[in-house]
Design a protein around this ligand. Sequence first.
Ligand code: IMP
Ligand code: MG
Length: 209
Amino acid sequence: MPSYNSGPVSDIATVLFAEEEIRRRVEELGAGIARDYAGRSPVLVSVLKGAAVFLADLTRAIDLPLRVDFMSISSYGSASEESGGVVRILKDLDQDIGGQDVIVVEDIIDTGLTLSYLMATLRSRHPASLEVCALLDKSVRRIAPVDIRYRGFDCPDRFVVGYGLDHEERYRNLRLILAVEDLPAFQADPDALVTYLGGPAVPDPTSTS
Ligand code: IMP
Ligand code: MG
């Protein structure tokens, strides 16, 4: 079996963050949040759909009473285009966040335009506090400054997929995060990365050999 969790997986993509590396970092982020919010019960606000995978793991790494809520927004244009930060709310929060400790959970911050718009919207509802937890920070691409209190990893200026991040709605269920090295080749062959679905071979406990 090829070395699934590290090194180049094809000429089209390379492993940026392996499954175990992500797991460890999410645990650290969760522990940090639990420390900082001890005695409080934050509301984790997540933006569909990319952040859902990260949120699911992060919540279970935070040993505090907490609540989650979701927003769905559309930034006019697809992820690989510049959105210009013009955002439309498709689904708003179910809860009133006035007076609450809110943590916005994001998968990746690229230009920061989407998030800065979202932060202004949330701030206008007068939460007690408002912070950001982002798994990936494509800091070199930043246009709108955003203050990221909890950051998983700095991310190179590459298109990435996996662990919630998609390419045209696919590959969100990759357990690792791949950086696309040859975007034209990937766009020409969007199936090129399916071999990286599924985890490393798990030993069968019933097997005698
Ligand atoms: P921003 O407004 O430019 O910061 O856009 C951030 C959003 O763009 C993220 O929430 C993702 O949905 C999407 N995005 C940015 N970079 C990538 C990427 O490399 N892969 C997949 N989606 C991305
Ligand atoms: Mg997103």
